[in-house]
Design a protein around this ligand. Structure first.
Ligand SMILES: Cc1ncc(COP(=O)(O)O)c(C=O)c1O
Length: 415
């Protein structure tokens, strides 16, 4: 079956229905009833052979395309050598990764600490900032999402996912892009602030782009107050915007960059890049699995492909094309973003658009509540696939408008 045809799909695992299983999954995800069994570049296929176009990149994770041959080979080769040994020994592939990352990101003298996820990256970054400054206060921004571990979730602006034990007065949420509010806060409390943490483009918050002058102000205020500038690049970084880090657009350097999603193209790995003036101490940070051989092999393959296939330029060009074409489509509004991190608003009349794109036309997109569609495709997406998406989007919008147009026509007839 090809893409964009209607289909019915049910999940069956091992020939059993969910109620026949003895074990139960902890039911925290509102899942789509789709079982993806195969993936290649920007397409995935379900168990019935139905093809889907992935404009969501499995939540911004797929950077170099699903199952890229170079990535598969690197992991496969590594698996036959050694998959894991603890951080108590030399792991030269970590150094190889640090070298390649320094070259591709341009952050030449930064130090790399490896972990396993975005939340962990932010947790370690915030902890390091506190160790470094001896301070407790963190400035975060409204609608921020930094993950679900202790400090990461405390600096996430969503009380519904903050457990009572994670509640703390140490985090303050200021309005995003509000220079006056940030200046005022830092004037009063700057000497207590360990770090300012920001997503240069908010993802979960709905694709809100920081102004360059806001990022530059953060840099100046961190310098003036001895605070650490943490750029959460977990979603917006790793080439997605056409620059390696989204913060690069402002022509400044953060003190710590946190990374995860695109870093392993689906193999779990996270990390933080730490400016040279932040000094390590044995035991200060640590992890069992972080930086294991297999994860480093996956991450190296990603950087090699980003480099060899010129994916930063491609993300920039394809993104500009996609954004410009989206701006011409009637019905959707406020198209925004940079490179391949794009959002647009969907009016009430089209509230089923995302659901229809998936269920009727077999296209995965992301969302941000209440009414934003997020596009986070692989950086390898090509023009043909983008056009395919745009054609379907127009058709899906027309289809949703239809009942209203018909109702309008009916009113006229009845008059
Ligand atoms: C900006 C940002 N930071 C941190 C995280 C947390 O990453 P993880 O789910 O890998 O812990 C996310 C995840 O969506 C994110 O978008």
């Amino acid at each position: 079956m090809t893409a964009h045809t209607k289909k019915e799909s049910t999940i069956k695992t091992g020939g059993k229905t969910a109620s026949e299983h003895a074990g139960k999954l902890f039911d925290v995800y509102p899942i789509n009833n789709i079982n993806i069994v195969k993936a290649k570049d920007s397409y995935v296929w379900d168990e019935n052979g139905v093809q889907y176009l992935d404009m969501y990149g499995g939540h911004a994770v797929i950077s170099i395309g699903h199952t890229h041959p170079r990535w598969v080979k690197r992991i496969e080769d590594q698996l036959h050598q050694i998959a894991f040994y603890s951080n108590s020994i030399k792991i030269p592939i970590q150094q190889e990764l640090a070298d390649k990352l320094a070259r591709v990101s341009g952050k030449e003298n930064y130090q790399l600490f490896l972990c396993n996820s975005g939340a962990e990256a932010n947790e370690n970054a915030l902890k390091l900032a506190s160790f470094q400054t001896g301070r407790k206060k963190i400035v975060a921004f409204k609608k921020a999402f930094h993950g679900r571990t202790s400090l990461a979730v405390a600096s996430t602006d969503n009380p519904s996912i903050v457990a009572p034990v994670n509640e703390t007065d140490n985090i303050v949420f200021l309005p995003y892009n509000d220079e006056a509010a940030l200046k005022e806060y830092m004037q009063l409390h700057g000497d207590e602030v360990a770090a300012i943490i920001i997503e240069s483009i908010q993802g979960v918050g709905g694709i809100t782009v920081a102004t360059e002058s806001f990022l530059q102000l953060i840099r100046r205020l961190c310098d003036a107050n001895g605070a650490v500038f943490i750029a959460d690049e977990v979603q917006c970084g790793y080439g997605r915007t056409g620059q390696f880090f989204a913060t690069d657009v402002a022509g400044i350097n953060a003190d710590i960059y946190t990374m995860a999603k695109g870093m392993g193209n689906g193999f779990p790995i996270g990390g933080i890049l730490i400016a040279p003036h932040l000094k390590p101490k044995h035991g200060m940070l640590g992890t069992t699995f972080g930086g294991n051989h297999l994860a480093c092999a996956a991450a190296l393959a990603v950087l090699e492909v980003i480099d060899d296939e010129n994916l930063l330029d491609r993300a920039k060009n394809r993104g500009t094309y996609l954004i410009n074409r989206l701006k011409t489509i009637e019905g959707i509004t406020n198209v925004r973003g940079r490179g391949l991190m794009i959002g647009f608003d969907v009016p009430e009349q089209l509230k089923d658009l995302r659901k229809n794109l998936l269920q009727t036309y077999n296209i995965f997109t992301g969302e941000a509540k209440p009414n934003v569609i997020r596009l986070l495709p692989a950086l390898t997406i090509n023009r043909k696939q983008i056009d395919e998406f745009l054609d379907v989007l127009k058709e899906a919008i027309e289809e949703l408008k239809q009942p209203e147009m018909e109702a309008g026509a009916q009113v006229k007839k009845d008059d």
